[in-house]
Design a protein around this ligand. Structure first.
Ligand code: NAD
Ligand code: UD1
Length: 339
């Protein structure tokens, strides 16, 4: 068992991964500046796991504080979630995104290097592929992100490829997530976006719980069976287990390598609205509106490499994703610390 530093551990994917890591017997040091999360998620992780861990409120841009973490604790590996992730926000304020996501990671890798810690799992995104040229998307697909957010993810991937190639010993897994949704089945932790959700599932859930009137379905004239966009939604617990598999199998990574985390199965926007209506036991109203600029018709992953390399595959389907999202939303209609 090892001691794992989790950056951004209070966030959506981080909190679920912390729980899975604790349950697998790992010790954790969690850092987060709480810019998009609440410490309440970590308290709930402690409650669910019946285990405690170190939490320090640290910003990745605070280099001395970051260095100190590696002095105070004997860290074996790092899982790096901390980052900003809203596409629209990144278009409005690219400097903020580049500073936070890229300079923040530079500080982290610097601190790891100094402390001789060379095992890293990084949260990348399927957004690095840009417009899909072929489906399903394999790791060999050309890279070409469109948004500043996506470009920061690719820049960090490039940084890590360079660092890993510079000297032996680095073992870096770049995990490219498709569309994470769902929540822990307890309904205790889940996704709690601030403001109006950009992503489909949290929006659908806020309509289901009565916080918003109806879902705007962006585009119904795509070249897909029902005309709406198709994505590879993946349950956050599958994703969390994918991180456990990656951090425990870093010996299979020489240098730096990218792996898709998806199900390989695409669902349309209307499939999601229907499944969510079933989970919530009520019809979720929607209206068809024009396409959202920048969206693609369909994208889903080839999850084959993850299975071969990590011995991991997603197990949970769309109904389970909606059931667990609804469970969290209905128990926490206004999210963490606001109930
Ligand atoms: P999230 O916003 O819930 O979690 C990110 C966490 O990082 C938050 O708790 C935030 O407070 C923290 N953070 C941000 N900047 C920080 C900084 N400078 N210092 C310390 N902490 C900082 O997001 P999430 O959905 O859990 O995503 C986690 C990671 O996965 C992100 O890097 C994101 O880009 C990536 N990702 C997410 C998705 C998705 O759809 N959720 C898809 C692909 C990739
Ligand atoms: C978006 C980001 C992507 C990021 C991903 C996960 C864009 C262009 N892309 O991807 O970079 O990695 O989130 O965080 O923002 N939809 C609606 N109504 C809504 C919201 C969404 O119909 O209110 C549709 C979209 O058109 C799309 C699908 O639902 O077809 C999924 O959308 P979303 O959850 O935002 O994810 P992506 O667009 O795949």
């Amino acid at each position: 068992m090892s001691t794992i530093l989790v950056t951004g551990g209070a966030g959506f994917i981080g909190s679920h991964t912390c729980l899975v890591l604790l349950e697998a017997g790992h010790d954790l040091v969690v850092i987060d500046n709480l810019c998009n999360s609440s410490e309440e998620s970590l308290r709930r992780v402690e409650g669910l796991s019946d285990k405690s861990f170190v939490f320090e409120k640290i910003d990745l841009l605070d280099q001395p504080a970051l260095e100190q973490v590696f002095v105070t604790h004997s860290i074996d590996a790092v899982i790096h979630f901390a980052g900003l992730k809203a596409v629209g926000e990144s278009v409005e304020d690219p400097l903020w995104y580049w500073r936070n996501n890229v300079a923040g990671t530079l500080n982290l890798v610097d601190a790891m290097n100094r402390a001789d810690v060379r095992d890293l799992v990084f949260s990348s995104s399927s957004t690095v592929y840009g417009m899909p040229e072929e489906l399903p998307v394999t790791e060999a697909h050309p890279l070409g992100p469109v948004s500043p957010y996506g470009k920061t993810k690719l820049a960090v991937e490039d940084l890590l490829r360079d660092v890993a190639a510079s000297k032996p010993g680095w073992r870096v897994a770049l995990l490219r997530y498709f569309n994470p949704v769902g929540a822990h089945p307890s309904g205790e932790i889940g996704e709690d976006p601030t403001g109006i959700p950009n992503n489909l599932m949290p929006f659908v859930m806020q309509v289901a719980v009565g916080r918003r009137e109806r879902v705007a379905v962006f585009g119904s004239d795509y070249d897909t069976p029902d005309g709406t966009g198709i994505r590879d939604y993946i349950h956050v617990m599958d994703l969390a287990e994918g991180h456990l598999a990656a951090v425990e199998r870093l010996e299979r990574f020489e240098g730096c390598e990218a792996v898709n985390l998806g199900t390989g199965q695409g669902y349309s926007v209307l499939d999601v609205v229907r499944a969510a209506s079933g989970a919530a036991g009520r019809e979720i109203p929607y209206e068809l509106v024009p396409r959202r600029p920048g969206d693609v018709a369909a994208v889903w992953s080839d999850p084959g490499l993850a299975k071969a390399k990590l011995g991991w595959q997603a197990l949970r389907g769309l109904d389970e994703m909606c059931r667990d999202s609804w469970h969290f939303q209905s128990r926490n209609p206004h999210g963490f610390a606001k109930t």
